[in-house]
Design a protein around this ligand. Sequence first.
Ligand code: IPD
Ligand code: CA
Length: 264
Amino acid sequence: MTTDSLDLRFAAACAIGREAGVLARKRFLERPRSQLPDLKGPQDFLTATDAEVEELIRRRLGELFPKDSFFGEEGGGSFERDVWVVDPIDGTANFARGIPHFAISIAFVRDGRTEIGVVYNVMQDELYTSQRGRGVFMNGEAIKVSGLKNMQQATVEAGWSSRLPAEPYIAVVEKLKAAGANVRRGGSGTLGLAYVADGRTDAYCELHINSWDVLAGLLIIEEAGGWTNNFLAKDGLRKGNPVLACTPELAEILVKATGIDKEP
Ligand code: IPD
Ligand code: CA
């Protein structure tokens, strides 16, 4: 195997995701209950654990693949031809408030295409692993999207952040409800996508989200037979984009309801 090997990188991402999860879980359980979390901005809590977990992932990948570039939500980095895009704790506000719904997201992008996606649902001990063209597994078992066709039976997660005003989000939620969907918001875009891949929900949408939140999850959905918009178009890697991912059967109706097209 050469240092270009995607197989080597895939194995490393799986192992590092689990190792980082052990650290995140430990810190979550140690969290002082009486202490309010640090506030980075409205509804955007920074915990020291984000930085610590990111540093662990950056160090391990750097030791194994020194020529690859790295971009993490907390520490930044650079986007070269081969780049790891990492969110150390997605669902930071949940983590900070003691809600066990957060995940580690590790994606590897080569020449603008995501080749590897690993998501670790830390407190449920669920590791989602995907390599382009090789399927997707949760703790080693193959998963697929629900295949649901009927909006009246669908559960759709609609994410929101303070990067955008509330009104367009509320309008999307209203349209989804009018179309018959059960709408939820769990506070982790990464896990929202993983749940579409394993059929727990039927769609995830958000009017703006960053690449570190979604790249691993989007590959996981594609490999699970789902439909996704072309998130990486128009420099989605650096700037983020709207995201829509769902069962193929619901794509047309959800494009209409959310206003999120295949091409951003
Ligand atoms: C956020 C979460 C949230 C999504 C936001 C993200 P963070 O990331 O994924 O669910 O709606 O767009 O910024 O702050 O928890 O790492
Ligand atoms: Ca995030």
